[in-house]
Ligand binder design. Structure first.
Ligand code: IYR
Length: 221
């Protein structure tokens, strides 16, 4: 039984801060985050990746179940197997499985079925969602799993950006091959594949414009 046990809340700041200044600074910083598809092979230490995953796992989750597992892959053979399996699916996607509208929407990103970054990026972090928990063969419920793992991945992307690295939210589809290659238990399903690294030299990104505040918000005062 989980009974109530509370402790004093510790605020993030010990002294009064200017919230507008903080809000503007974070917006300016986060607005610089871009998805990148060309990575350098420059290594990143395991210790840093562990720290990034700790940040991801500090996200809120339904009933604090933390229904996620983050698999961090730097092993070259495994990365190569992941690339081969992902490219097999993506080849099918780009040659018939994706609609014409979808392919048209993707033109501005200049993507295709080739995924060299899956071998070049020093780390691939694969987030798995746990639809239920499985401890010593005993099943227990998780709640709001998609929302929870989505939030944890958001925290992860933000931590990656904050540490000076680049990332991509990659969803090879279908991605059940990841469950097999990474030997994950039956209660886990792949959610998102995130290559992490430094950008290749002369990396370019599409010239995207973000929606305005008016486009994305409504205020009721
Ligand atoms: N999974 C494919 C296609 C793709 C789909 C969307 I939606 C994107 O925003 C980008 C790509 C791929 O990774 O190429």
């Amino acid at each position: 039984m989980n009974t109530k046990h509370f402790i004093p809340f510790v605020p993030a700041y010990q002294e009064e801060v200017d919230p507008l200044e903080k809000a503007k600074a974070l917006y300016t910083f986060n607005d610089k985050r871009r998805s990148v598809r060309t990575f350098s092979d420059r290594p990143i230490s395991k210790e840093v990746i562990e720290q990034l995953i700790m940040t991801a796992s500090s996200a809120p989750s339904g009933a604090h179940k933390q229904p996620w597992t983050f698999c961090a892959v730097s092993n070259p053979q495994l990365k190569s197997q992941i690339r081969t399996a992902a490219e097999k699916e993506e080849y099918e996607n780009y040659h018939g499985r994706m609609s014409d509208d979808w392919l048209e929407d993707l033109k501005q990103f200049d993507t295709d079925w080739h995924k060299p970054f899956l071998e070049i990026a020093p780390w691939l972090i694969i987030a798995f969602r746990k639809n239920y928990d499985l401890t010593n063969g005993v099943k227990s419920k998780n709640y709001y799993v998609q929302e929870s793992v989505g939030l944890a991945c958001g925290f992860l992307l933000s931590a990656i950006h904050h540490a000076g690295f680049v990332s991509l939210t990659h969803t090879p589809s279908p991605m059940n091959f990841l469950q097999k290659l990474l030997n994950r238990p039956e209660n886990e399903r792949p959610f998102l594949l995130i290559p992490v690294g430094y950008p290749a030299e002369n990396t370019e990104v599409p010239d995207l414009k973000r929606k305005t505040l008016d486009d994305v918000s409504v205020f009721y005062e």
